[in-house]
Design a protein around this ligand. Structure first.
Ligand code: ADP
Ligand code: MG
Length: 384
């Protein structure tokens, strides 16, 4: 078990700068999820930690060791890929035992004169494989070949092969991507349980923000090779540092409106076309430099309500209502997603299922203004 430290990590291929100055500390025993859109550099980061890719600049530490120049086999890590990467001609047992046998062979055990030492080594491997197989509930599959397994079973074998090595760090690159939706949710929970049981530091890469939110102790959000923010799931959700994180985390995605900041006697208004919203008094100080300027107002679909179904804690007033035409209704069962048009602005809300607007109905929506996020138009950084 160990912490992993990335200091000013950079990666370039020829002219292209892929990973840009990433600084990140993954704590001992932590389950850290690295999330971001496809092509943002997640796999490249993971492969640099694994030693499968050279780093162009910076330092990687696993435990107290700088591993920059260590080969993958000396880094004490085990990796699980989306593609399983099992040997097709070997049984499940042999696939899981392969890494351990190889390690023994490297240590020269195979050349030992005493047959019973070889036997002992093989018995120890057997014990580890059986114990991992039990954890993953694949004991009954040990004599099968990979092609005789379902996708979910193959991914368990790949996990088992990583577990038996008892590494300091697990590195997982989109391990659930090849599974169907139901299997993904189930295996997700199993990986978390395994992590709790084994307590091995894990870095888990995914492009799926739901997977990130449900699995991570902390989540590192990446975009375009740059680490945007690293925090707990709830802190990312409630306190995104910039527009990218705000839009990436949460489903449906946050709504963004470009608004003018207007100062009046009572404080500040956000205006755009027919929309006029009152800024909460608590924001007055941070809004002062933006008076007369445009900024980006973000609000989550869950923080916009149908006026006809307001929660008790929220009251409609002149400063928090907008009118919008309901264009599409999606009933999820526990919530209903409405896709609306308010002038030139498209909005999504997640309202109570009791709210059942007719197609094209004009609705009154209430914004919970305390939940509004404000971003600088140019930098995209959160204000205040
Ligand atoms: P992710 O895992 O986040 O989807 P990757 O780390 O695989 O992204 O890739 C990040 C970027 O690096 C992509 O734009 C990809 O095209 C580029 N890239 C990856 N490997 C190479 C390579 N060997 N040569 C040149 N560019 C590469
Ligand atoms: Mg990838």
């Amino acid at each position: 078990m160990a912490k992993v430290l990335l200091e000013n990590i950079n990666k370039s291929y020829d002219e292209t700068h892929i990973v840009k100055d990433v600084n990140l500390e993954i704590h001992d025993k932590e389950f850290l999820v690295l999330v971001g859109p496809s092509g943002c550099g997640k796999s490249t980061c993971l492969r640099m930690i694994a030693g499968l890719e050279e780093i162009s600049g910076g330092t990687i530490k696993i435990g107290e060791r700088v591993v920059n120049d260590l080969s993958p086999k000396d880094r004490d890590i085990a990796m699980v890929f989306q593609s399983y990467a099992l040997y097709p001609h070997m049984t499940v047992f042999d696939n899981m035992a392969f890494g351990l046998r190889l390690k023994n062979r490297r240590r020269g055990l195979a050349r030992l004169v005493y047959r019973n030492e070889i036997k002992q080594a093989e018995a120890a491997i057997r014990e580890k494989v059986l114990s991992a197989a039990e954890m993953l509930d694949i004991q009954h599959l040990l004599n099968r070949k990979p092609k005789q397994l379902s996708g979910g079973q193959r991914q368990r074998v790949a996990l088992g092969r990583a577990i038996v090595r008892q590494p300091q760090v697990f590195l997982m690159d989109e391990p659930l991507s090849n599974l169907d939706a139901k299997m993904r949710v189930q295996t997700r929970a199993e990986i978390i349980k395994l992590h709790r049981r084994l307590g091995i530091t894990t870095i888990y890469v995914t492009h799926d923000q739901v997977e990130a939110m449900t699995m991570g102790d902390r989540i590192a959000v990446m975009n375009d090779g740059i680490l945007q923010q690293c925090d707990t799931p709830l802190n990312l959700y409630h306190h995104p540092r910039n527009r990218f994180v705000a839009g990436f985390i949460g489903s449906p995605g946050m709504n963004f409106l470009e608004v003018h900041v207007i100062a009046n006697d009572n404080g500040f208004l956000f205006k755009s076309d027919d929309i006029e919203l009152e800024a909460p008094a608590s924001r007055a100080k941070v809004l002062l430099p933006y008076a007369g300027k445009v900024l980006l107002l973000g609000i989550r679909p869950q923080d916009i309500y149908d006026r006809a179904h307001l929660p008790n804690a929220l009251q409609a007033n002149d400063g928090n209502i907008i009118r919008a035409r309901c264009e599409v209704t999606e009933q999820m069962g526990d919530a209903t997603h409405l896709f609306l048009q308010a002038g030139k602005h498209s909005l999504v809300t997640a309202v109570t299922p009791q709210s059942q607007p007719l197609p094209e109905e004009m609705m009154e929506l209430v914004f919970d203004m305390k939940k509004v996020h404000l971003f600088d138009m140019e930098s995209g950084d959160v204000i205040g």
